[in-house]
Write a protein that binds this ligand. Sequence first.
Ligand code: HXC
Length: 522
Amino acid sequence: MALNYRDLGGDSTQRRIQKLKELHERASQGGGLEAIDKQHERRKLTARERLDLLLDIDSFQEVGKFVSSKSNPIPGDGVVTGFGTVNGQRIGVYSQDFTVMGGSLGRSHADKICKIQDACVAAGIPLIGINDSGGARIQEGVVSLGGYADIFYRNVLASGVIPQISAIMGPCAGGAVYSPALTDFVFMVRETSFMFLTGPDVIKEVLNEDVTFEELGGAITHNQKSGVAHMSAKNELECIQQIKRLLSFLPGNNLEDPPFLDIGDPVNRREEKLASMVPDDPNKPYDMKEVINLVVDRDSFFEIQPLYAPNMITAFARLGGHVIGIIANQPRELAGCLDINGSVKGARFIRFCDAFNIPIVTFQDVPGFLPGTNQEWLGIIKHGAKLLYAYCEATVPLLNVTTRKSYGGAYCVMSSKQVGGDWNLAWPTGEIAVMGAKGAVKIIKRKELAAAKNQKDKAELTKKLEDEYKADFLHPYLAAEVGYMDDIIDPRDTRPKLISGLEMLKNKSLQLPRRKHGNVPL
Ligand code: HXC
């Protein structure tokens, strides 16, 4: 509903205040009641309803409510922007209003978002973008493309300075997906949000492929297949709750520490169950998430990207009240091997934690990199190097618990002493070696095995040599002997040992050599 700004002067003060109230009320209606009904029919909330759910009551300070443009006289120009608090934490926010020209982005709309981006960086507070838009406003032509580019530029400059979070709560098409992709975390709602560069119609035309919006770019697709998104929610309320939970772990900016919160879980809590977590048979899986949950503060485990590369767990949690980022191998998936997706997922998470002063705790049980032509040809060397690079570059405290396997290159990569590990602990079940028994015996005892008289002798000899190798190498004491492990601990003591490490490393300060920037193997 357009506002008429004529005849607003010349009145008494009381009349002017009354008119202001009316203008506010009308501006708050966005595209009007009919459009709001349509939005609800699509099972979507309006831009303002979303803000009401996200922000603390009465905390919203709107900015630019009366901005409009030539292509769109409706005040606000299709986006609600401003500041507020979430559980007391200050944030900046923009929320696109699909009821106004489909939330499409024109010059004024973009300027409003840029203003909030700049203000968030200046104030050192996180930015949350709620996206629900038909993309570049067609009526404004290239000017709207310029608006997007202005936003992208600011996303990049703000990266690593303030946390940036994107909620996708409707369409997000064309180049518009690149602002969310440049932010730290992307949240999607199942069945009502989608992201893609080219839509189903174009795909049909160019490739003659049939694909639905949901299959092409829905929440599950991007959470499970592409890794573009980090979280999926069943509805918008759940999505906003997830964002609030994430915020509870984050500092306002890169110069602050993450928020400390003591929930009263004793720091010296020993966990009996941890003593029986690793099965006697080294080929049997167990659930690393169960291990983590027993160690961290009660109910503090918050997994990020749970559906993508589940062999690599990434999560936030608290230990003795301190926020930590967790990187963990999951023996239940691909035996915990490092593959391309897991490496990239882990690397990006480490870089986020490092940028925002969040110590990283690695739970390690990894037999190595996933073998195969598929992985090699898709570039596991390059992608695995990203994980290695991220650990090497991280200057936050790095803590490591090796619960079982730590073989070969995976030993080096995953927070080893040599790449910067500060507090490296192993359980007595740790197996820290170049490789497992089978592979090692085949290589180093090849001649002996070749000399066996028959298959039976060969099998017996193999078993004997493997047992010898296990006894000699598949334990953590050789690593401890050369100082690569700081301690071998009773698994039941993992929590107190990690917390004392965290306390010890609280003021860790490490400067990397000065340079413009490194060259991450992209
Ligand atoms: C102007 C737009 C618009 C746009 C939608 N609308 N997209 N107006 N520019 N890009 C308007 C519609 O005209 C309509 O207005 C209202 O928004 C609601 O749209 P509907 O089509 O009725 O809604 P729905 O059926 O839910 O479909 C939503 C949609 C569809 C899937 C988003 O509108 C659509 O395909 N829009 C175009 C998407 C697109 O191709 N955008 C450009 C991408 S390229 P009325 O008045 O009828 O209510 C891009 C470049 C970015 O964004 C470059 C960055 C580098």
